[in-house]
Design a protein around this ligand. Structure first.
Ligand SMILES: [Zn+2]
Length: 280
């Protein structure tokens, strides 16, 4: 702030005079908003690859569940902080879940001055774990408190973490605290909700049933499938995205009966997502 010449609008005070209906009053100057937003953005830990993300540069194409997710993201961002529930974007990698989550976070920071925070779940757990070692610079609560207290939190890639009792307790603490304090959270996950909740690749099994039911109480679930943006050239248009999505659809993989086949495909995310939801 101090390196720049004072703002010509307000002389650096952050307040500028305006005249409305013949009365003079002062309002917040744009420069103040920008400075606050810049600082909040810098503190939000949004990874570089997502820093350009905005709802306006999210490419949509005729894909109803995807358009619904974008619409809900937009409505949430516009209503924030007056929102009842968070959002949960669910679907295969590359379809834009993190882009949507980050766009909403950015908008809340830039237009509402929200204290926002972005964490990849595994990175968060790794950081907390690092506080347990001797001579660690930070204590566990120094990582956790901002996560629990952020006005808006994005927890990216839920379910990808290796589960353990400690992981479950830590994530439940974060999620329950935010739930009890009415602080919205946006989650993303590559693991879909499955009818068979004993399937180890179901979201229910990945996060545990207690967490799963809490997530339902605190978020709107938005499941979608779509073209993998990571494999699309920069100027891809809606038609190309639509055909990329259609061409990557595959018949639904067998579930119970197809054990060996599922095992073979495990880890190949492009195949694992069978497009099974696409026909619905
Ligand atoms: Zn100014």
């Amino acid at each position: 702030m101090s390196d720049h010449p004072p703002c010509p609008q307000c002389g650096g005070t952050g307040w500028k005079p305006v005249e409305r209906d013949g009365a003079r009053r002062v309002v917040r100057c744009e420069c103040w908003r920008t400075n606050v937003a810049d600082r909040l953005m810098a503190e939000a830990r949004i990874p570089k690859r997502y820093q350009h993300c905005a709802l306006d540069n999210f490419l949509v194409y005729p894909n109803e569940p995807l358009m619904k997710a974008v619409g809900k993201a937009r409505a949430f961002a516009e209503a924030f902080p007056v929102v009842e529930k968070g959002l949960f974007f669910i679907g295969p990698p590359g379809i834009g879940k993190s882009h949507l989550a980050t766009s909403v976070l950015r908008q809340a920071i830039e237009t509402r001055g929200a204290r926002g925070l972005f964490y990849d779940v595994r990175e968060l757990l790794r950081l907390i774990r690092s506080t347990f070692s001797d001579g660690a610079a930070l204590g566990e609560m120094e990582i956790l408190r901002p996560v629990m207290e952020a006005d808006l939190l994005v927890l990216d890639d839920l379910g990808a973490e290796k589960s353990s009792e400690w992981v479950g307790e830590t994530l439940n603490l974060v999620v329950n605290t935010r739930y009890n304090e009415n602080r919205p959270t946006i989650f993303t996950s590559n693991f879909e909700v499955k009818e068979d909740d004993t399937d180890i690749d179901s979201l229910q099994a990945r996060v545990g049933f207690r967490m799963y039911s809490r997530l339902h109480e605190m978020c709107e679930f938005l499941e979608f499938d779509g073209a993998d943006y990571r494999y699309c050239p920069p100027n891809t248009g809606p038609n190309e995205l639509l055909s990329a999505w259609k061409n990557q659809r595959r018949p639904k993989l067998p579930t119970r009966s197809g054990g060996p086949m599922r095992a073979q495909l495990k880890g190949k995310t492009d195949l694992k997502w069978s497009g099974g939801k696409a026909g619905n």
